[in-house]
Ligand binder design. Structure first.
Ligand code: AMP
Ligand code: MG
Length: 345
């Protein structure tokens, strides 16, 4: 089988743009995670995204464009608040949900009256989007339910035989997906927490200007963002979230049951990289030291979950992280991983 991974040099990007224009799927790096792209206006191409990922058809896609001006044909109107936020955050990890324009196909928005748009802050993504000259629909480039890919190899592992090309731009910087913000109502509402935090949004729009509901328990948010309904971020290993300092005790019970066990604990202040054993010991609890600061933790999290699957882990015990700032979005993903883990796929 051909290896679809190509270093993201100018030739490969030009070729990738041609493939996209011809209706094929191309995975590419963004600053958040790798995206699985298809020409957003090509219904059959977008259909291939859903088929390749095994994505439920009621989970809409984010459209990627290279600059603010490029959203004009895709949206019915640009709310004032969207202009303000785009000026501050684009290119960047903020997705804005706006009234949908007439030419965006139903399959992209899952039939909703809104469309989600963003300009990614990654040179390869931007060069690719400019070369395509059309909006590109791109969800995360993983099999549905799996942790999002933060390296080209993760995409190859999940979708290698289903994509025409994977542009390799190295490991992604942010590591978790964009913040999704609905700006169609008077009060913008966060539909998915991400690296642009509530505090970041409030620094732009004013304190109290953004709804910060608990998106897991809020029915209105679930209705507006169908993605919240689905299983997410789950490794093959079972995941148990634990209070700090309790992971090892819980893990020892699983060890007695004969499982291959790892605990994920935050390292000391100043630890910025992931500390993962090369192989997992079957006889004792394996310790994985996560970076201390949330920004580094977020960058390493999904790659860590994937690496532990590859090493054959059966049960993961993950210590909760403080929920302030980026800790909130990280905890969202850990909770979703715990909900969906250990199930047959
Ligand atoms: P992914 O690209 O896989 O990270 O998922 C895209 C996320 O954006 C999912 O949570 C979707 O539910 C959400 N999304 C995409 N389009 C819309 C939309 N029109 N309204 C609300 N949420 C959306
Ligand atoms: Mg996704």
């Amino acid at each position: 089988m051909n290896n679809p991974v190509r270093p993201a040099d100018p030739d490969a990007i030009r070729e990738a743009a041609g493939l996209l224009r011809a209706g094929a799927l191309v995975a590419f790096p963004t600053e958040t995670v790798y995206g699985l792209g298809a020409c957003a206006l090509d219904i059959r191409a977008v259909g291939r995204i859903f088929a390749a990922k095994g994505r439920p058809p009621d989970n809409p896609l984010i459209i990627h464009v290279s600059c603010l001006d490029d959203i004009t044909p895709e949206v019915a109107s640009v709310p004032e608040v969207a202009k303000q936020l785009a000026a501050r955050w684009w290119p960047g990890p903020l997705t804005l949900v706006m009234p949908r324009g007439p030419r965006v196909p139903d399959i992209v928005t899952a039939g909703l009256a809104t469309v989600a748009v963003r300009v990614p802050a990654h040179p390869v993504a931007l060069e690719l989007l400019r070369a395509v000259g059309a909006p590109v629909a791109a969800p995360s480039a993983n099999r549905s339910g799996r942790p999002s890919p933060t390296q080209a190899q993760h995409v190859a592992d999940d979708l290698g035989d289903r994509v025409a090309m994977i542009l390799d731009g190295g490991a992604t910087q942010v590591g978790i997906e964009s913040t999704v913000l609905d700006v169609t109502s008077d009060r913008p509402m966060i539909l998915r927490r991400g690296s642009v935090t509530l505090a970041d949004l409030e620094s732009c729009l004013g304190v109290g200007a953004v709804d910060s509901v608990n998106i897991h328990k809020d029915r209105e948010a679930a209705r507006r963002s169908p993605g919240l309904r689905h299983r997410h971020y789950a490794p093959t290993a079972s995941v148990t979230l634990c209070q700090p300092k309790t992971a090892e005790a819980l893990a020892s019970e699983a060890l007695r049951r004969g499982e291959i066990v790892a605990v994920l604990i935050r390292g000391e202040v100043g630890q910025t990289t992931l500390c993962l054993p090369e192989r997992l010991d079957k006889e004792r609890t394996n310790r994985v030291l996560m970076p201390h600061a949330a920004i580094d933790y977020a960058r390493e999290l999904f790659g860590c979950l994937r690496a532990l699957d590859r090493l054959g882990a059966g049960a993961l015990f993950i210590e909760e992280v403080p929920r302030d700032g980026l800790g909130g979005p990280i905890m969202d993903r850990l909770e979703r991983a715990a909900e969906g883990s250990g199930q047959p796929r």
